[in-house]
Design a protein around this ligand. Structure first.
Ligand SMILES: Nc1ncnc2c1ncn2[C@@H]1O[C@H](COP(=O)(O)OP(=O)(O)OP(=O)(O)O)[C@@H](O)[C@H]1O
Ligand SMILES: *[C@@H]1O[C@H](CO)[C@@H](O)[C@H](O)[C@H]1NC(C)=O
Ligand SMILES: *[C@@H]1O[C@H](CO)[C@@H](O)[C@H](O)[C@H]1NC(C)=O
Ligand SMILES: [Mg+2]
Length: 244
């Protein structure tokens, strides 16, 4: 499975863009990972292992000062999680300037570390997940699995973001649905979830992301930035109340 981004709001952390302006990044909440020990070969080995692991591994702990955690996930690589996470963080900061927002990129499902540490189980997150998918069937299948996984571990899915649903020709303004028009919307209906918004396939999004000038920061008035700002507003509406 691809990497899973978690968007965190940390007190005091700020995300700096190129122009020397700093975007205050807000406070949020706790992110908890629960891992279960796998069965050992013998009872003694099992006991020994759990002794060692209980000593050596970090316990579930709230992240101090973090009141809300949003996971940006997909079941698939390269569908735009990082781009979405970055622009959503900036858009959330723009939505409420009293919040400080941090961004953390974590590969929760990369199998290597759990395998090397002999760990099983899913990460347990206390807040909400946002699932990013392109409208293709194949990406949607993975998004479907992702949504079910979050349900199993009781993480509310705040909704789906449909990435690259439409390409508008900069010359003639004709709109083309390269990956299909409405896949995420159909999936949302099937899963009884909301679509939080559509992100167009746009050269500006690609270029600004790849040069470290995310569009919400560098061109906040553009239609593409507005797509992320709308998504942030939808996310804010659906966030559970912050932890004390
Ligand atoms: N809406 C968009 N329009 C144009 N380009 C985009 C769009 N969204 C993302 N991209 C570009 O697509 C590439 C992959 O996006 P991104 O890195 O966000 O995907 P990802 O899901 O985080 O990938 P990975 O699974 O490897 O972490 C990047 O070069 C990004 O700039
Ligand atoms: C959208 O999907 C495309 C194609 O997989 C990907 O390259 C891009 O990064 C994604 N962008 C967003 C914002 O989701
Ligand atoms: C922030 O989000 C809320 C909740 O969706 C919305 O009502 C409000 O208009 C947004 N504010 C800005 C500045 O976008
Ligand atoms: Mg990424």
């Amino acid at each position: 499975m691809g990497s899973w981004q978690r968007l965190l709001l940390f007190g005091g952390v700020s995300l700096r863009g190129g122009g020397g302006t700093s975007v205050p990044l807000g406070r949020s909440q706790v992110l908890v990972c629960r891992r279960q020990l796998s069965g050992g070969d013998s009872e003694t080995l099992k006991q020994r292992r759990s002794q060692i692991l209980s000593r050596g591994l970090p316990k579930q702990k709230p992240i101090q000062g973090v009141k809300q955690v949003i996971v940006v996930a997909s079941g698939k690589g390269g569908v735009g999680k990082s781009t979405t996470a970055v622009n959503l963080a900036l858009a959330l900061a723009a939505n409420d300037s009293s919040k400080a927002i941090g961004l953390l990129d974590v590969d929760v499902y990369g199998p290597s570390i759990p395998k090397m540490m002999n760990l099983k189980g899913n990460p347990e997150l206390s807040q909400g997940a946002v699932i990013v998918s392109t409208p293709q069937d194949i990406a949607l299948m993975d998004a479907h699995k992702g949504a079910e996984m979050f349900r199993k571990v009781h993480v509310p899915v705040l909704g789906l973001v449909q990435n690259m649903s439409v390409f508008q020709c900069p010359q003639c303004k004709h709109k083309t649905h390269i990956f299909g028009a409405d896949g995420a919307r159909r999936l949302a209906r099937t899963l009884d979830l909301d679509v939080l918004g559509d992100v167009p396939l746009h050269l500006n999004i690609r270029e600004t992301s790849d040069t470290g000038q995310p569009i919400v920061f560098s061109q906040p008035e553009s239609d593409e930035a507005k797509a992320y700002l709308r998504i942030a507003a939808e996310v804010v509406k659906r966030l559970p109340p912050p932890l004390k």
